[in-house]
Design a protein around this ligand. Structure first.
Ligand code: C2O
Length: 342
């Protein structure tokens, strides 16, 4: 049967997955006595998610204000900056048991829940920010790292006085360094080759290596499955490279390079907006081939999140299939990797 929402009262201290030691932070969410089955609200006007490298001053002023207000919420408000960061930790660092099999821990990475779960995470994060600045059209920026113009860390996130800044990063990777989509700390790509190599990585992950649905989405993961049955191409490759490249060059990689702390990095949400955009683009490239699973074991998976009104809601995978129905779209950018057959 599909994975269903965890029992929040049974949340425990998780595991630091970079060291396999118990975490020294508690990332369990506040409790609520009421859970509402979430219905996608009717879409009046799309939120447009802009490319981070070209979004203007006016946009960033709003975005920074919203993040500041989020950081100023009381610590126990489920919409606060740290509580939102902890949502990632709770669903990833083995704090929950599976609702239908308490011998197994819940982990939404490295499996077919990766795209839908993160889509919901960003969806509520974006709505919380929009509500804080009273702008129902606010959209998160995306880090357009699949395009040469977007490969450096977006400049605004690198200004130390900005609320988008995070000091726990690899400071050698501030702009103008280019994100290396094949990054490995011991064998980084030569700077001159990064752009061309990145475009080849994108072609490979989006077209060449994705014949079956699992190739893109990741392996099946249902009640009783062990964590980490296997990631899809983007999750394994460019997505993880960006996490490791951005985080500190230490064994624990805070913030971006460690599951428990990555949600404390404002750039995480711009990174995952691009991952989410790649899901949308990939569906568009499929033509008449299947774009998603039809199995109830995937579609009926559900999760819990706090929404912009601090209400605990239950959401399903089947409601994530089309971002337009969720009320947001992406600014269009060229896709120079489309013709990069290696
Ligand atoms: Cu939930 Cu990019 O990790």
């Amino acid at each position: 049967s599909p994975i269903s929402s965890p029992d929040l009262t049974k949340c425990t201290k998780g595991t630091n997955l970079n060291t396999n030691k118990p975490l020294d932070v508690n990332c369990c969410p506040p409790l609520s006595t009421q859970i509402i089955d979430y219905k996608l609200p009717p879409v009046e006007k799309f939120r447009v998610r802009p490319a981070a490298q070209t979004a203007g001053e006016e946009y960033y002023a709003k975005f920074e204000k919203a993040i500041e207000l989020m950081k100023a919420l009381p610590a126990d408000d489920p919409r606060s900056f740290m509580q939102q960061a902890n949502v990632h930790c709770a669903y990833c660092n083995l704090t929950y048991e599976q609702a239908g099999d308490n011998s197994k821990k819940l982990q939404i990475h490295n499996c077919w829940l990766f795209f839908p779960w993160h889509r919901w995470y960003l969806y509520f994060y974006e709505r919380i920010l929009g509500k804080l600045i009273d702008d129902p059209t606010f959209g998160l920026p995306f880090w357009n790292w699949d395009h040469p113009d977007g490969m450096p860390m977006p400049e605004r996130f690198a200004r130390s006085e900005s609320p988008l800044y995070d000091a726990r990063r690899n400071l050698d990777h501030l702009p103008p360094a280019l994100l290396d989509l094949n990054y490995s700390p011991n064998a980084p790509t030569k700077p001159k080759k990064i752009v061309s190599n990145n475009l080849t990585v994108m072609y490979t992950e989006m077209i060449r290596n994705v014949k079956k649905l699992d190739d893109f989405y990741g392996a099946k993961y249902v009640t009783g499955s062990d964590p980490n049955p296997g990631p899809g191409t983007v999750e394994r490759g460019s997505h993880t490279a960006a996490h490791v490249w951005t985080g500190e060059a230490t064994a624990t990689g805070e913030d971006m390079g460690n599951f428990y702390s990555t949600g404390r990095e404002p750039l995480f949400f711009a990174h995952h907006a691009n991952v989410d955009r790649l899901w949308t683009l990939w569906r568009g490239l499929r033509g008449s081939k299947p774009k998603e699973y039809t199995e109830a074991e995937w579609l009926n998976t559900d999760f819990l999140f706090y929404d912009e009104n601090a209400q605990l809601v239950r959401v399903t995978v089947k409601d994530t299939l089309e971002n337009e129905k969720m009320g947001y779209v992406y600014e269009e950018k060229d896709l120079p990797w489309l013709k990069r057959r290696p």
